[in-house]
Design a protein around this ligand. Sequence first.
Ligand code: AMP
Length: 114
Amino acid sequence: MAETIFSKIIRREIPADIVYEDESVLAFRDIAPRAPVHILVIPKAEIATTNDVSPEHETLVGHLVHVASLIAAREGIAEEGYRLVFNCNANGGQAVNHLHLHLLGGRKMSWPPG
Ligand code: AMP
């Protein structure tokens, strides 16, 4: 896949407000937050979209969700609730083609989404 700005964040070539890192995952605050808490949890592996998730990625994608829940607890929003979102391609509103899980919280989310 073509490299994105998120690869540069992983390599520390551009700055980001990083809140979590381990060997397979990085999480940082969204530069244009849509909620009081808006954090992106990304795999360090270059996976473009959810369409590109294969069986070998199942543990990694589960880890993204687990890390998001840990961060939600740290941010103090676990009990009141939050939203986790993967956008995919044009109709899903995906702008950066590096898989990322949005953690959104700190306010009431509307449903259904627009
Ligand atoms: P999506 O529309 O699902 O592809 O989401 C991409 C997200 O990346 C958007 O919410 C952007 O605000 C966010 N974003 C883009 N560039 C950066 C950056 N340099 N640092 C942090 N977040 C970014």
